[in-house]
Write a protein that binds this ligand. Sequence first.
Ligand code: HEC
Length: 124
Amino acid sequence: MQMLKIVFCAVNFLSSAQVLYSQTDNFALAKGPHRDLVLQNCLGCHSELIITQNHMSRRSWDQKITWMQQTQNLWPLAPELRSKILDYLEYTQGPLAIKEEKDFMDGLGPRRANPLLFNPKGGN
Ligand code: HEC
């Protein structure tokens, strides 16, 4: 019975966290694949802004995750989960965004609206 209660509490907690994310999601993370997994795994220790202010390759994101695991107590991420999180980071926070910013700063023409970042507060 005690065990049942613990399981019930855990399920309850997890599903209420889900509801919280889906109903009050005004996180400044661009739309992209597996955004929900980033919400669930990456905002426990710092805000999402630390993610949006970084642009790098998939490989560098992977190394950054390893660094957090080795030095900042980030929990292990199963390979499939990690790969999905990297899909998101590569898609929305890849080096391309920097290039667009740089082209703009260099005055090389009008800023092209980045469809990925167009509505950063949008849902999935
Ligand atoms: C267990 C806690 C924890 C979790 C969960 C976590 N991080 Fe971090 N992360 C940290 C700490 C601590 C820092 C250093 C913060 C600072 O320098 O102020 C950090 C820093 C960062 C940085 C900046 C690194 C730099 O070089 O400046 C990025 C980017 C980042 N995290 C992304 C992520 C992503 C993506 C995830 C999800 C996969 C994630 N974090 C999940 C603890 C965590």
